[in-house]
Write a protein that binds this ligand. Structure first.
Ligand SMILES: [Zn+2]
Length: 431
């Protein structure tokens, strides 16, 4: 645990008391907040009333977290549809319009009324990533229309860090700013930081020696383990990830110094569900992240389906934060197929095969035989001299560890039989 307890100012361990709350107490707290949110939304937001009435649900029917499964999942397309019917806020607003402090606009367009939070939700994430007074940070997302720039800015400020609103793009001026102002921190997307580093090298700098950058906080795209390794080992930058969702107006999960998954943000009720049925999944199973903001008196969303596929772990974290963690986003629900009750996400599967050097091409095929999903794998080898039985045994063992489903068959093919882009094929027909 890297939190510094020494030094002139002893640093507190947690951003707020919720983070280290006893799990039973958190459940009670969140359930209470959830009921309030649902009642407020039902009474004030016409879209929610309409959705609940259509599903024959009354707010007082939600007595436990599991009762929430009865509520239909609201997706981005539904929000856009509702905003067309009930312009401009789609019937999700729970306060009078003249109470709105600011409105963000996200692609769709979705008009997203936003309250200025009492405590910045992103602040928790920056705090957990070790940002503090004395840090000088370039904040590189856009400050226009979308919430990213302003919300990260506010989150950084509550940690005491100095923020430079550099915004998007302008790599060369970002580089000059970093040098002139001795920038120690970066907030934005990992690919953009890599662009900055490569450009600085092109200009003749030795990044590690000439720059003071020590910390980077990422959101907006996933950080591949290989890229993280380059940042940390080659460039000496401590990296952190945050999972944020624009339509939810904030940070949904964030990494601590342990970097073993992202802690659920207490300001949401987070579920990992089967995107087809909306039912909660068990620990470790891959499903869609669905979140209900429970501390947002403005925005009456209930069960917003993010379309992002992940799984969760309940194991206590050694940082002392008691919330569950998501293990990382493995892909989109539209990119997933359900096989014997488990979702195989294409990207996650491709990441698995990327680690098997002996394979040049492969194809995973899902079929339905005698009322059972059958999963087979076709493989083309890089080199015909590879020991097939050893490789077959290894894939049979490792595939279910990563994808949680067993392969029924592995078949080796001659080169040229598999199309590179067709890595996952679903041949099942549902009549
Ligand atoms: Zn932790």
């Amino acid at each position: 645990m890297a939190l510094n307890k020494e030094g002139p100012m002893e640093r507190k361990r947690f951003f707020d008391e919720l983070e280290s709350m006893d799990r039973k107490d958190r459940d009670l707290y969140q359930l209470e907040k959830l009921k309030e949110q649902i009642k407020r939304a039902y009474e004030n937001a016409v879209a929610i009333k309409e959705l609940f009435d259509r599903a024959n649900i009354k707010p007082d029917m939600i007595k436990t977290f599991y009762d929430l499964e009865k509520v239909p999942i609201i997706r981005k397309t539904d929000v856009i549809e509702f905003q067309k019917r009930y312009p401009p806020y789609g019937g999700f607003l729970t306060v009078p319009e003249n109470e709105i402090q600011r409105v963000f606009i996200t692609p769709g367009p979705i008009y997203l009324p936003h309250q200025i939070e009492e405590i910045s939700w992103f602040g928790k994430s920056f705090f957990a990533a070790g940002f503090t007074k004395g840090d000088v940070v370039i904040n590189t997302p856009t400050y226009h229309m979308s919430p990213a720039g302003i919300l990260f800015h506010e989150g950084l400020r509550v940690t005491g860090a100095t923020v430079i609103p550099t915004g998007v793009g302008n790599t060369d001026s970002q580089i000059k700013t970093m040098l002139d102002l001795k920038v120690t921190g970066f907030a934005g997307m990992p690919s953009f930081l890599m662009t900055i580093i490569k450009r600085a090298e092109e200009l003749g700098y030795n990044f590690r020696k000439d720059f003071k950058l020590k910390k980077a906080w990422f959101t907006g795209e996933m950080l591949p383990a290989s890229m993280r390794k380059v940042f940390e080992e080659e460039y000496g930058i401590d990296t952190y990830q945050c999972y944020s969702v624009t339509e939810l107006g904030g940070c949904v999960a964030y990494e601590c110094a342990e970097k073993k998954g992202m802690h659920f943000m207490d300001e949401y009720l987070i579920e990992i569900v089967d995107p087809e049925t909306g039912k909660s999944l068990r620990e470790g199973e891959v499903g869609e992240l669905v979140a209900t903001p429970i501390n947002n008196p403005y925005w009456g969303l209930v069960r917003f389906g993010t379309g992002d596929m992940t799984s969760y772990i309940t194991e206590p974290c050694s940082c002392g934060r008691t919330s569950y963690r998501i293990t990382g986003i493995v892909g989109r629900s539209t990119d997933a197929v359900k096989v014997r009750g488990m979702f195989i996400v294409k990207k996650q599967m491709e990441a698995f095969f990327a680690n098997i050097d002996e394979i040049s091409r492969y194809q995973v095929i899902v079929e339905r035989k005698e009322q059972r999903d059958e999963l087979s794998l076709k493989v083309e080898l890089k080199d015909e001299s590879i020991d097939r039985s050893e490789l077959k045994k290894r894939i049979e063992e490792e595939f279910p560890k990563s994808l949680r489903v067993r392969l029924d068959r592995i078949e080796f093919c001659e080169k040229g039989n598999i199309k590179e882009e067709e890595t996952l094929i679903d041949k099942r027909k549902w009549d």
